[in-house]
Ligand binder design. Structure first.
Ligand code: GCW
Length: 695
């Protein structure tokens, strides 16, 4: 059963229609020009494994070289390879094949013959996984499909530490065990899990993993560790997953022994060139770098009064000859200079646009800016970061967090795709024209070649990867949305349920119902109306602690007092943040009347008695929402219990999930009562339903 966890949605479990589908499968799998360990080779192996598991048919793989023309007939074959290899042996086919872009694929299934072609090898593997996903969901009918990715950057970021104050190979904000990559300051000897991870990622279209924490350890770059990183890249390569690396800006000084890490200093530039060359010597297909600079105490170019662009371009230039790219994080702010008590206009949310102001045309073309979806930090509800609308010449990637740092740490079920979808569909109205986040990051709104998605993932050594079976829907959905931002969160969820458990209608109904209700429920019992997740800010980001939001320099303030609550981010009277949006949106957020209720307290400081559009007061909404949200969470264990013994719900996974849902139901009551009592004590306003406070 640990295997079920490890294989996640790639279980290749036998389907009910296996008998029916057997006859529809080919008798041979033919891979074109597949060298062992290449993605096309892997595609052949996966098809064979999948046919065997899903329908119980053993099919051998035959590897051919296309230079021997007319060598094969495709009639009863599954043929997999690149378009170029296929056309090489079937010159006549070129005209009827579609246009593909990098990583795209074409699938054609008819009368027992399957043709799977990728623009590149990775695309061919994606096509094979796509075909197997349909089959595993019981569909062996004929079809033709052309699929191209919506954006070239579809990465995940692991925040894995090589060594962290004695806790070996820990994962920052990790709730699923230790690092699968590092142990004791080194790369692990056994990288089996790294390969298994790459397999899961490839099956959802992810093409790179940044393996180490953005709070990077300079020692990552010792020669021995670079050798280790090359072994990780080797484990990824069969799946077309490339390795990326987080860098510590001060490394030339701390590791290299130079007197400076000024990005314009020639000795520093030469040092980084040497490092980059040494890495590419070991990992010729390394994807590039990720850099967190001048944020939360991390070093950066601003230490030397250089711009963020000076810092990013220094790396970009060392990467350029190798074809690498750099993602430079927009999460730049100084938590030491924010003073809540003295300054009504102080606002951490302003930082990103402020620091990137004037830099849009200063970045090299192999730099993209990686922007967290909201201006603060992965809260349950934030307006979309305005920075996306400021970067017109520079590519941008959205940073989403699969790790549920502020969102229940995988101990709560919170299906995040509906939230991501709202963010991706948000329309900035740049220059008064439709300008959704998805169209900006994909490079469609402003023509740019780089852009896409970065997802923070905290998989660990736990056999469930994330510590929770149900949390894996978030990883699955992340990949699917990165490939196609138009995908439906509910549709994707159902696919994931069929693949992970079964296509039993009850299983699908129950898990869909719980998952789709989970984000609204969590928002209701943690922090609503845009006040953010009212969790403990100083310790762990887990559990309710509204008092901890204020009175510290971290800037996740609520400014709650006896009469009123919320951050005034208006231009006329507040921090001015609303003015960072294009005019139509800025005007909307400037006034409480036109600000959606769910962002009211993000943008406005209002009395607890302020009336919402719903007609309720702010304080009554708080009370009601916390009761509603926790009531929803109470239904989860009841719903789940109905699945005991249903197809695909084995005992071990049943118990594991149940344990967490029971816990969540209880913890949601703790949330409800802590938050409601806190605001009752502050405001002294009674709940009209008499549930909160003194009776
Ligand atoms: O969300 C915060 C986290 C930090 C993290 C930081 C970042 C890696 O609490 O743990 O550091 O953001 O994204 O850089």
């Amino acid at each position: 059963a640990a295997e079920d966890g490890l294989n996640a949605w790639l279980r290749y479990a036998r389907i009910d229609r296996a008998g029916h589908c057997q006859g529809k499968l080919p008798s041979t799998i033919v891979t074109l020009n597949a060298t062992e360990g290449s993605p096309v080779y892997t595609a052949g192996q996966e098809l064979s494994k999948g046919f065997n598991g899903i329908v119980g048919k053993k099919v051998d793989v035959d590897s051919i070289t296309t230079s021997s023309r007319g060598h094969h007939s495709r009639d009863t074959n599954a043929t997999v390879g690149t378009i170029a290899a296929y056309v090489d042996s079937n010159p006549g086919a070129a005209a009827r094949l579609p246009e593909l872009i990098d990583d795209g694929f074409y699938l054609s299934v008819s009368h027992g013959s399957i043709l799977i072609l990728g623009q590149n090898e990775r695309g061919a593997l994606y096509g094979a996984f796509h075909y197997l996903s349909r089959l595993a969901q019981g569909d062996c009918s004929d079809f033709t499909l052309t699929s191209n990715p919506g954006a070239p950057i579809r990465w995940v970021n692991q925040w894995d530490n090589m060594q962290d104050g004695g806790t070996h190979g820990s994962v920052e904000r990790g709730y699923g065990g230790k690092s699968i990559f590092f142990w004791d300051g080194k790369v692990r000897d056994d990288l089996t899990r790294a390969g298994q991870y790459a397999r899961l990622l490839a099956s959802i279209g992810i093409n790179a993993v940044v393996v180490n924490n953005v709070n990077a350890d300079p020692k990552t770059l010792t020669p021995a560790n670079m050798d280790g990183l090359a072994r990780i890249a080797n484990a990824f390569r069969p799946y077309g997953v490339q390795l990326g690396l987080s860098l510590n800006f001060a490394s030339p000084q701390t590791l290299g022994g130079l007197s400076t890490f000024d990005p314009l200093d020639q000795s520093v530039i030469t040092w980084w060139q040497g490092i980059t060359d040494a890495l590419y010597q070991r990992i010729p297909d390394m994807v590039g770098y990720l850099v967190k600079a001048n944020s939360e105490g991390q070093p950066g170019p601003m230490t030397y009064n250089r711009t963020l662009a000076d810092g990013a371009n220094m790396f970009a230039r060392t990467l350029k000859p190798h074809g690498g790219i750099i993602l430079f994080r927009a999460f730049v702010y100084d938590h030491r200079t924010l003073n809540q008590t003295l300054d009504w206009k102080a606002d951490r949310a302003n930082a990103a646009v402020h620091y990137f102001d004037g830099l849009d045309d200063k970045f090299d073309d192999n730099v993209a800016i990686q922007v967290k979806y909201g201006p603060i930090d992965f809260q349950v509800r934030e307006p979309v970061s305005p920075l996306f609308s400021h970067l017109r010449k520079t590519g941008s990637a959205i940073e989403l967090q699969i790790s549920q740092e502020y969102l229940g740490q995988q101990a709560h079920l919170v299906y995040l795709a509906p939230m991501w979808k709202e963010i991706l569909d948000f329309d900035f109205r740049v220059d008064g024209k439709p300008s959704t986040t998805a169209d900006i990051i994909s490079g469609r709104r402003f023509p740019r070649k780089l852009g896409g998605f970065a997802g923070v993932v905290n998989v660990g050594t736990n056999t469930t990867w994330l510590g929770s079976h149900l949390a894996m829907s978030n990883l699955y959905a992340y990949g699917k949305l990165a490939w196609d931002a138009k995908a439906s969160p509910e549709g994707v969820l159902k696919e994931w349920i069929r693949l992970t458990f079964s296509d039993d209608h009850k299983v699908i109904d129950v898990i869909t119902k719980m998952s789709m209700a989970s984000w609204p429920a969590y928002e209701n019992y943690s922090g609503n109306l845009g006040i953010q997740t009212l969790t403990d800010i100083l310790l762990g980001h887990y559990g309710p602690n509204p008092a901890s939001q204020d009175g510290n320099p971290w800037g996740q303030w609520t400014r709650a007092d006896a009469d009123s609550i919320g951050m005034d981010r208006t231009v006329w009277n507040g921090t001015g943040f609303a003015g960072q949006y294009p005019p139509e949106i800025a005007a909307k957020y400037e006034k409480p009347e036109t600000t959606p209720d769910n962002l009211l307290l993000w943008f406005h400081h209002v009395p607890y008695t302020h009336k919402l559009k719903s007609g309720k007061t702010v304080i009554q909404h708080f009370y009601d929402a916390h009761y509603e949200g926790s009531a929803t969470a109470q239904t989860f264990p009841q719903l789940w219990r109905k699945l005991e013994g249903r197809p695909g719900i084995d005992k071990e996974r049943f118990e594991h999930v149940l344990y967490r849902l029971v816990y969540q139901a209880g913890h949601s009551l703790v949330w409800r009562d802590s938050i409601n009592m806190f605001y009752f004590n502050k405001s002294s306003i009674a709940d009209v339903h008499g549930r909160v406070g003194n009776h």
